[in-house]
Design a binder for this molecule. Structure first.
Ligand code: 0L1
Ligand code: MG
Length: 263
């Protein structure tokens, strides 16, 4: 059996990503890979992404809705990193050539106006630091076979990061009722999932405050200009090549992803 270390897990995860290779979860061989260890490995993979020239664009939350927690069998909300290498522009297809088994989920997205530092930040304070809210779609991908992992595994894997698209409608958060904001996930014209902002920890601002306070535990502030994906509102759908996935927000408009061609 391999003896894993934080360093070798970071190396293996980035190699799996680069080679589009999945693997069994590390906790099968290293059960001590807990949440704290997962965050340290995640920090190391971020350090390596930055060293190869990527830039942080923001933060993503994961498992902030019951739908996602139940589906993944993990009930710990997660915080992870977004970089410019993960950005999709409107009209750009899902990069099938770079991903293992992409899935798409709808997200409420905040763009920060002010720098914010925890601990003790409330949802109200967090929302007051937001410049704009948008609809979005995250393309998750996992380096673990069939998306099977524990909280420590998935934290190490940057919370299944893949790519993300931010929608074109930007509103001041006071312009809409974010808890009531509904979304439909539509695959080739067929509605598959529905959810509202309340599915994200009662209100997406609660998820934002959680991220700020969680980052503070590790001595990190939420920076002005960062994008925050507050977590999949519903379960994800497969990004099957040849299909089109639309996240249709009641107020925040459509976020459309063509799923590209098989490579
Ligand atoms: O693979 C996963 O579903 C874990 C990441 C969760 C992403 C999310 O809830 O937004
Ligand atoms: Mg997500």
């Amino acid at each position: 059996m391999t003896t894993w270390t934080e360093d070798s897990v970071a190396t293996e995860l980035l190699a799996c990503e680069a080679e589009r290779r999945d693997r069994v979860k590390f906790t099968d061989e290293w059960p001590e890979l807990d949440v704290a260890t997962g965050y340290r490995i995640q920090a190391e993979t971020l350090r390596r992404r930055l060293a190869r020239g990527e830039q942080i664009t923001g933060v993503k939350l994961g498992l902030t809705s019951r739908a996602k927690q139940e589906r993944m069998g993990v009930d710990t909300p997660l915080v992870a990193w977004l970089t410019d290498a993960m950005v999709l522009e409107e009209g750009e297809p899902v990069p099938q050539h770079a991903l293992i088994r992409p899935r798409i989920e709808p997200e409420i997205v905040f763009v920060m106006r002010d720098r914010l530092e925890g601990p003790g930040v409330t949802a109200e304070q967090a929302l007051a630091a937001v410049a704009e809210v948008r609809g979005g779609a995250e393309v998750i991908d996992s380096r673990y076979r069939d998306f099977r992992f524990t909280a420590g595994d998935v934290l190490a894997d940057n919370a299944s990061s893949g790519a993300y698209l931010v929608g074109g409608v930007a509103l001041d958060p006071s312009a809409l009722d974010l808890a009531a904001e509904a979304v439909e996930v539509i695959v080739d014209g067929q509605a598959v999932h529905t959810a509202t902002g309340a599915d994200v920890m009662g209100h997406p601002a609660e998820a934002l405050a959680m991220a700020v306070n969680d980052l503070a535990d590790r001595g990190i502030a939420m920076e002005a200009g960062w994008v925050v994906l507050t977590g999949g509102m519903s379960d994800a759908v497969n990004a099957t090549p040849g299909t089109t996935v639309t996240c249709r927000f009641a107020t925040l408009g459509d976020v459309v992803l063509a799923c590209g061609r098989p490579d």
